[in-house]
Design a protein around this ligand. Structure first.
Ligand code: ATP
Length: 251
């Protein structure tokens, strides 16, 4: 279980996160959505130790990380993180990249494990391709493989779908779901598009201007009288109608 509590985190004079409480169960995906600038990435950075502000608390599998010292290196190594902007070393082939990631394994197991992951991540055909030549979607998959290559206690994915087309989104959703279920880890998935995460996540949190204005299961979302939820539901329904219209025109 990942438990996050933020009393206040002042980012700039005009922006702060305040009063945020989130719990994510192991094996579940918690989708964090909200408009640009609402504070989603700021939460992601706090979660992976890129800020050690003492005004927030974090508990990972019942271990509370109280102060800056607690948070300094070891615990945050338990975080698997795919940032919004990827920084992958460009010169390796995909296979060599994976060899570096899994070099801690005994030599006689490396090839089996790497091949298993490259198949699971649909990267096996690209195994001899240099990272610099990969497509945006393939780079996302390699970044996810990097994030889970070490034993981790939780996973944070910041806008993993933003560079992907519809088919790639479906494939990548399936990979994320299988990794989270297999590892039985909690996952916080940030997205600005509700439709990307509807099928994938078990619960959702909506950020607005640094505050969590709604959170809960999709059932709770469906029946909520919250004005922000109603606005989002109307947007999805209208999008759905437009898509149906377009598809009917194609038939
Ligand atoms: N290092 C920083 N220096 C100055 N301002 C920052 C910094 N990091 C974040 N901010 C500000 O904090 C606010 C929240 O930013 P954040 O990146 O968390 O939003 P977001 O919801 O992830 O947006 P997006 O969907 O566009 O990525 C914004 O107003 C942003 O400009």
């Amino acid at each position: 279980m990942l438990t996050i509590g933020i009393k206040k985190h002042q980012v700039t004079s005009h922006f702060a996160l305040s009063n945020i409480q989130i719990k994510v169960k192991s094996g579940e995906i918690y989708a964090l959505i909200g408009k640009s600038g609402s504070g989603k990435s700021t939460i992601a950075k706090l979660l992976v130790g890129l800020s050690i502000d003492s005004e927030y608390s974090i508990k990972i599998n019942s271990k509370e990380l109280n102060d800056g010292l607690d948070r300094l290196i070891p615990q945050f190594k338990q975080a698997g993180y795919v940032p919004q902007t990827l920084h992958l070393k460009p010169h390796h082939t995909v296979y060599n990249y994976a060899q570096v990631l899994f070099q801690y394994l005994p030599n006689n197991q490396q090839d089996t494990i790497i091949t298993k992951y490259l198949k699971q991540f649909y990267l096996i055909k690209q195994k001899d391709t240099k990272v610099a030549s990969l497509s945006g979607g393939e780079r996302q998959k390699l970044a996810l493989l990097e994030a889970i290559s070490q034993p981790i206690s939780y996973l944070v994915l910041d806008e993993p779908f933003s560079q992907l087309d519809t088919e790639q989104k479906l494939e990548f959703s399936q990979i994320i779901a299988s990794v989270v279920a297999e590892r039985a880890i909690p996952c916080v998935l940030i997205s600005h598009d509700l439709t990307d995460i509807l099928q994938l996540s078990q619960s959702v949190g909506i950020m607005e201007k640094g505050k969590l204005v709604f959170q809960g299961s999709w059932d709770k979302f469906k029946n909520s009288p919250n004005a922000v939820v109603i606005r989002l539901k109307q947007a999805i329904l209208s999008w759905d109608d437009q898509m149906k219209g377009l598809i009917n025109n194609l038939r």
